[in-house]
Ligand binder design. Structure first.
Ligand code: GRG
Length: 296
């Protein structure tokens, strides 16, 4: 069992490994064309919770990895950050605040933000291809997991369906599918990529997929709840945006209490599955509880 203090200090250690990894592996801001690299680093910069790379590192640690998981963790954060930069663009969510700072297209300009997002996405695969070249089977599985999670049937497809859903009415089942793709896909990739770096057996990879889905849904339902119960300053991004865009949320379908009860059921499932994994799962269990309690 972790005390709150031990959990926070372990989380800080993982977050620090991610920050150092970003510093080490992402091209410096001065790299030509420097405006592009500045924008990439600006958006990657401090302010993110680093949930996905922390999940990757913590999952890898369950299996005592031989290869360094940090480049994969940085690649995943690059893909997540690209998705935020593009999601904030005027053609999508049209948002001016992200991670407590002006969004990339406000700080720079729209064209630079599009290119910075493109470059972050592309760089993720260059980084993994380069870093895991001496372990090609591992490199291949990492690239496949991340490409699949971020591709047209998962992250990008979920975003497309979400945008279409603003104009049409969808069912609660369709909403769940959108969130499984838009939110849970990268969270699931964090867990399977961590498992792959630890050479986890296929049975454990399948459990990690299920845990990732439950954690992803928890995360999204809580995001929906916070959108109506929190404020811009606490969240570092605009609240009330779902209502403004006419986007359906868990609250529309299940009410605030119903959404809260689902936000308890999904992490319970994730924690149950976690207990069957090898290694010391204490931190992972606390991290799931931490995500669950963002609202309480
Ligand atoms: C543009 C292909 C493309 C996809 C965009 C990021 C995204 C998909 C949509 C954003 C809308 C949204 C609320 C998504 C669900 C949850 C989510 C991804 C929240 C942001 O992640 P956090 O809270 O952010 O982990 P930080 O800043 O802490 O990294």
């Amino acid at each position: 069992m972790f005390t709150e203090k031990k959990f926070k200090s372990t989380l800080n250690i993982y977050q620090k490994r991610v920050e150092e990894g970003i510093e080490q592996f992402v091209p410096p801001a001065a790299t030509p064309p420097s405006r592009l690299h500045q924008a990439m680093r600006y958006s990657l910069g401090a302010g993110g919770k680093r949930l996905r790379p922390v999940l990757l590192l913590a999952t890898a640690d369950l299996f005592a990895p031989v290869e360094d998981p940090v480049p994969a963790a940085v690649a995943l954060e690059c893909v997540h950050t690209y998705s935020l930069v593009h999601d904030d663009l005027p053609g999508m969510d049209d948002s001016s605040l992200r991670r407590g700072k002006p969004t990339c297209h406000i700080q720079f300009d729209e064209a630079t933000a599009i290119l910075a997002g493109d470059a972050l996405l592309t760089y993720a695969f260059e980084l993994m291809g380069r870093h895991y070249q001496n372990t090609p089977a591992l490199g291949n599985s990492l690239i496949r997991d991340l490409a699949n999670a971020s591709g047209s049937r998962r992250l990008i497809g979920g975003q497309m369906d979400d945008l279409l859903g603003e104009r049409t009415n969808y069912t609660s089942e369709q909403l769940k599918n959108i969130h499984l793709n838009k939110t849970a896909a990268l969270i699931t990739a964090a867990m399977t990529m961590g498992g792959r770096i630890g050479h986890a057996p296929e049975r454990d990879i399948q459990s990690l997929v299920l845990i990732g889905k439950s954690v992803g849904l928890t995360f999204q339902i809580i995001d929906d709840i916070l959108d109506v119960t929190s404020d811009d300053k606490t969240l570092g991004k605009p609240t009330g945006s779902d209502l403004d865009s006419g986007k359906a949320t868990y609250i529309d379908f299940f009410g605030l209490d119903g959404a809260r009860s689902q936000a308890r059921a999904h992490p319970e499932k994730a924690k149950r599955l976690c207990r069957d994994l090898p290694g010391d799962t204490a931190f992972l269990l606390e991290l799931i509880a931490f995500l669950e309690h963002r609202i309480q």
